[in-house]
Each structure stands twice: as C-alpha cells, then as structure tokens.
Design a protein around this ligand. Structure first.
Ligand SMILES: Nc1nc2c(c(=O)[nH]1)N[C@H]1C(S)=C(S)[C@@H](COP(=O)(O)OP(=O)(O)OC[C@H]3O[C@@H](n4cnc5c(N)ncnc54)[C@H](O)[C@@H]3O)O[C@H]1N2
Ligand code: MOO
Length: 405
C-alpha cells in the first residue's frame, strides 16, 4: 500500500496544468497566471503628491516660516503647466504630478493662504522627497510583477489592473463533478427511510470544492446498480475532475472500481496506508475534452473529507497550475495525550489554535470516520503515527482544512 506522500506524488505526476484561458480580470482571483506578468509602466508613473498641500523645493523650507508665491493649482488628473522657481510653489492635491522644480509637498495644515501667496510653516527636517512618492518607487517598468504558478490574491488583482492586464491569461476554473453512491443514501432534503441515511458527502465535497476555488457540479446520487452508476460516471467524466464517494471498499456492493474500469478510467492506485481514507481510488482518463482525474473517495464522511484535503486539493492545485501543490506543512503542540493503536498513520481531527507559544492542536471528541460532529468541531488534523502514544506537549505535524479559520 502507498504511503500518503507516495500517493500524492503519484497523483501530481499523473496530472498537468490545464491550458490557459483569457478571462476578465474580475474573474481571476484564486487562479494562476499562465505566464509571468511584467510591469508595463513605472508605478507611480510620475512623481506624485502624497498629501494635499503646496509643492515647492526643499531649499525653500530651511526656516520655520516662509512666504511663497502660488503659481498654479494642480488637481489630481491634471498636468502642471509650468515649473516652480525660487520663492514659488504650486497648490497640489494628493495624487497629482509634481511640477518641475518641486521636490517636496508641505501639507495644507502647515499653511496660511493670503490671496496669491501662502505662508508656510514647514515641519522641521523637510528633505527632498518629503510627502512625495517618487516615480517608480513601487515598481519599475519591465520588472516581474507576479510569477506564473502563484494563486492571485485581491492585491495581485489590483496590481495586474494597474498594469493593464485585463483580460488576463490564467488557468481555467476547474469543473469538479460530485457523485454520492449507495442504496442507503437519500438527498439531504428528504427524510431517510429505515436503514437509510442522508447524503452528507455530496454537500461536504461541493463545499470543499468551492472553498478550493473550483466549480462544483453536483451529479446527485447513484444507487448500488451498475447501469445507473455507469450512466452517472460517464456524465461526470465530462468534468475536469470526478469525485465519487462510497463503494470503493471490499463489500459485495462496492461497484465503483469495476465501473470506472469499464468506463476506461486507468487506475493509478487503489488504497493508501492512512486512516481515515484507506480505500481511496485514483485514476485518469482521456476524452474529447481532455483528461479527467477521478477519485473514488471512501464513503465515511470524514474519510471523504480527509481524502479531499490530502489528495484532491493538491490535484486541483496541480491542474490549476500552482507551483506548490502540497498541503502547507504545520507543526503543532498537542494539548493532551493521544494514542493511535492502529497500524495506519492517523489524521486525527483537532482544533488548531495560534497562541503566544505557537500553534497548538487540541484533539476534539471524535468517534471515528463516520463522526461529522467531531469533524465540524475541528479545523484540521494532526498526524499521529501508527501504534504510538503521544503525550501533552509533544509536537505533531498537522494540516489545516479549507474554509476553517
Ligand atoms: N472488509 C473490509 N471492509 C471495509 C474495509 C476493508 O478494508 N475491508 N475498509 C473500511 C474502510 S477503512 C472504509 S473508510 C469504508 C469505506 O467503504 P466504501 O468507500 O466502500 O463506502 P461505503 O461502504 O459505501 O460506505 C461507508 C460508510 O459511509 C456511509 N456513507 C456512504 N456514502 C455516504 C454519503 N454520501 N453520506 C453519508 N454517509 C455515507 C455508508 O452508509 C457507510 O456507513 O469501508 C470499510 N469497510
Ligand atoms: O480508513 Mo476508513 O476511511 O477507516 O474510515
């Protein structure tokens, strides 16, 4: 059986970033540029006033009182029509270009206007550049703004806008189909009959997909019937990724691996040495739309969630062109003793909290891979090695789940 790192490496090796698409900049947040963005202008493009006030030369500001002639007014958006010489200044608004001859702005609070002259009380130690943002202080033309493979943040979107990247070439928003299986499962909106349960995995996985910045495509439910399951799977293979929950283990009705093989999905691996999530199945297939990555996630809801965080999210990052696809490695201090008597490494739901002594991991009450109550109290998982007994204060590796603070 593959270890977690081996399984993740096999997934990342089997997948490649999707080809770029041009989208309006407003739709690009969270996605990756397909090539680096290079500055098209200096920023700011001209030396500009950082305060409303009077632009003049620092040489005029040597004494605590100085009276200057106001030669013009420069609102933001206007261009100075003349330079300022000795004994002169220009009234200027925040964001307006400095006139030639000026290298400081004295804030309006330090001034008293007398018709076309102004009496300034410059703050002590005014130096050239005071209250001025120099041309190119933030960015120089031609420098790399954002590398390919970095997910775009709101600030990055603003930076791209500043340099005219609209529309912008990014990896496409991934479409992720979600199918829940099992005769016992009914939609969450309906009352379950005897022996039945509501579908928790469909809504859980759709929420995790959305939190990962992809587009969930809910396919609903398929019972333990080979033909019905095959029809739904074929539908799901039109997406970039298909997630199927349930039916991947050893039971007589665990039809998923067989149906996927019938549908031409090439198995990369089945089963991982981890708890929860051991029976996870992963494969890929090619069709008219390009490759589809297929995950058979174990039916227990916390197994599906763990499988998503450990394997599906990195796969989405890989397809989305991220340069770093691995879950962020965290190290936390256990707040209480915890044992793993099993023979598989355990990703134990915990509450991760930042404190003065660093990150702590508090095990939540948890009854195992069917216990969503415990998982909902957690915001991540701590890795407890197989057959180990850890004490309060021991350090553990941890991961944070998406969408949890
Ligand atoms: N003989 C063996 N039995 C099992 C093994 C094994 O190695 N040998 N592995 C166990 C492990 S570990 C897990 S995890 C489960 C996963 O099995 P399946 O993926 O086949 O899932 P199901 O049997 O369909 O369901 C398991 C469990 O989860 C419930 N479930 C299923 N779908 C949903 C849903 N959409 N929402 C909420 N709950 C769901 C289902 O009713 C079962 O209780 O197999 C073990 N068995
Ligand atoms: O690995 Mo299963 O996922 O124990 O619950």
């Amino acid at each position: 059986m593959l270890s977690v790192p081996e399984a993740r490496a096999a997934i990342l090796a089997a997948l490649a970033p999707r080809p770029a698409t041009r989208v309006p900049l407003a739709e690009a947040c969270g996605r990756c540029l397909s090539e680096p963005a290079v500055a098209t202008v200096d920023s700011p493009p001209f030396a500009k006033a950082k305060m409303d006030g009077y632009a003049t030369n620092a040489a005029e500001c040597g004494s605590s009182h100085v009276t200057l002639t106001v030669v013009e007014e420069i609102p933001a958006g206007a261009v100075p029509t003349r330079s300022v010489g000795p004994g002169e200044c220009a009234k200027i608004m925040t964001g307006a270009p400095l006139p030639d001859g000026a290298d400081v702005v004295i804030p309006v609070e330090c001034s008293e206007r007398i018709v076309d002259r102004v009496s300034l009380s410059p703050p002590p130690a005014v130096r050239p550049g005071s209250c001025v943002m120099a041309r190119g202080a933030a960015v120089r033309w031609g420098e790399t703004l954002i590398a390919a493979g970095e997910p775009l943040t709101p600030a990055a979107i603003g930076l791209l806008a500043e340099h005219g990247f609209d529309p912008v070439a990014v990896t496409p928003k991934l479409r992720v189909a979600v199918l829940s299986t099992g005769d016992e499962v009914v939609p969450a909106s309906l009352p379950p009959g005897p022996g039945q349960i509501r579908d928790a995995n469909g809504p859980l996985l759709c929420a995790a997909i959305a939190a990962a910045g992809a587009l969930p495509l809910p396919l609903g439910l398929a019972g333990d019937d080979r033909d019905a399951l095959t029809a739904k799977v074929r539908d799901g293979l039109n997406a970039d990724v298909l997630l199927i929950s349930g039916g991947v283990s050893m039971g007589d009705y665990d039809l998923v691996p067989g149906v996927l093989a019938d549908c031409g999905v090439r198995r990369v691996f089945h089963k991982i040495n981890v708890k929860p999530g051991k029976p996870l199945w992963f494969g890929v297939t090619e069709n008219d739309r390009g490759p589809t990555a297929v995950f058979g996630l174990p039916g227990n809801p916390v197994s599906s969630l763990t499988g998503f965080e450990l394997f599906v999210r990195p796969a989405l990052r890989r397809l989305g062109g991220w340069s770093d696809c691995e879950p962020a490695p965290l190290s936390a201090t256990l707040t209480e003793a915890i044992a793993n008597r099993g023979d598989r490494p355990l990703y134990r739901p915990v509450r991760l909290t930042d404190g003065p002594a660093g990150l702590s991991a508090e095990p939540v009450r948890w009854a195992g891979s069917g216990d969503l109550r415990g998982a909902a109290d957690a915001n991540g998982a701590a890795l407890i090695p197989s057959e180990s007994q850890l004490a309060a204060g021991d350090r553990v590796d941890a991961i944070r789940w998406a969408g949890c603070g």
